[in-house]
Design a protein around this ligand. Structure first.
Ligand SMILES: NC(=O)c1ccc[n+]([C@@H]2O[C@H](COP(=O)([O-])OP(=O)(O)OC[C@H]3O[C@@H](n4cnc5c(N)ncnc54)[C@H](OP(=O)(O)O)[C@@H]3O)[C@@H](O)[C@H]2O)c1
Length: 237
């Protein structure tokens, strides 16, 4: 007896933020097993370029989560959805000492309003076993100087999965909260990251491990409204 979905002929996976590091690894995984994959970027050019690097079957789409009123139109050509992954995030730190209000509003809008609006727009196109994964991050539990907004929006992702699990039932929605991902472009040039000696597995987690966990959340039909941390056990220390 399988703990996952019934085998579908073709699975359609949409990865918002699929032009980024983690989204791209996940898109590659889906494309390699024959899914129909759509990845997004804020520009069609970047989305198409990333799609072409993954596989010639992957399609690119322009979508800006920080402009939620444009999301419905951006997704008009998407017909059905089995896997919806929301990984988009704006770049950069924002300290209280040099607080940038516009950047803060953009970040909050992107993850909280943008993620919600994307789910709202696509829910009528969900297939029977469709499932959603939202990307948060360990900063929700482990703040660092400059992480106030990041910590707040990743905590907001936890709130979102709880309420969306009720609102889109029986479809499932879960969150994944990676720790510092050691081989992602953001961190690969920081080999001596202070989390390394404090992490029980003795290293930072990898993009492949995060993608595998996101895939598990999408496939396993019993997991719902869950926050899954992929941090090598750092939270236990
Ligand atoms: N890497 C880590 O160590 C780490 C740790 C914890 C949590 N996370 C979380 O994991 C997720 C993916 O991270 P990543 O490292 O893959 O990030 P990344 O490489 O910086 O990629 C970010 C993605 O978000 C897209 N994006 C940015 N602003 C957007 C907007 N307004 N609307 C739609 N898309 C937008 C980017 O698209 P374009 O720039 O092409 O437009 C890109 O596809 C994020 O939610 C992040 O918070 C990552």
């Amino acid at each position: 007896m399988s703990a996952g979905r019934d085998h579908c002929l073709v699975t359609t996976s949409i990865i918002v933020g699929g032009s980024g590091a983690l989204g791209r690894v996940l898109a590659q995984r889906f494309a390699d097993r024959g899914d129909t994959v759509v990845i997004t970027s804020r520009t069609r050019e970047r989305a198409d370029a990333a799609a072409a690097e993954i596989a010639d079957t992957v399609r690119g789409l322009a979508l800006d989560l920080s402009r939620p009123e444009t999301i419905a139109e951006a997704l008009v050509d998407v017909r059905e959805v089995d896997n919806l992954v929301l990984a988009g995030v704006p770049a950069g730190f924002n300290t209280l000492a040099q607080f940038d209000i516009a950047k803060a509003v953009e970040a909050v809008t992107t993850k909280l309003v943008g993620y919600t609006e994307t789910v709202r727009v696509l829910r009528d196109r969900f297939t029977r076993d469709a499932s959603v994964v939202l990307f948060g991050g360990l900063a929700k539990e482990r703040p660092y100087p400059g992480s106030t907004i990041v910590t707040a929006i990743n905590s907001g992702v936890t709130g979102l999965v709880k309420t969306l699990a009720v609102e889109i039932a029986p479809h499932r929605v879960n969150a994944i909260h990676p720790g510092v991902v050691g081989d992602s472009p953001r961190w690969r040039d920081v080999p001596d990251h202070p989390h390394v000696p404090r992490t029980p597995i003795g290293r930072l987690v990898t993009m492949a491990e995060v993608a595998d966990a996101a895939d598990f959340l999408l496939r396993n039909t019993g997991v719902n409204a869950e926050d899954l941390f992929i941090d090598g056990g750092l939270r236990a220390t």
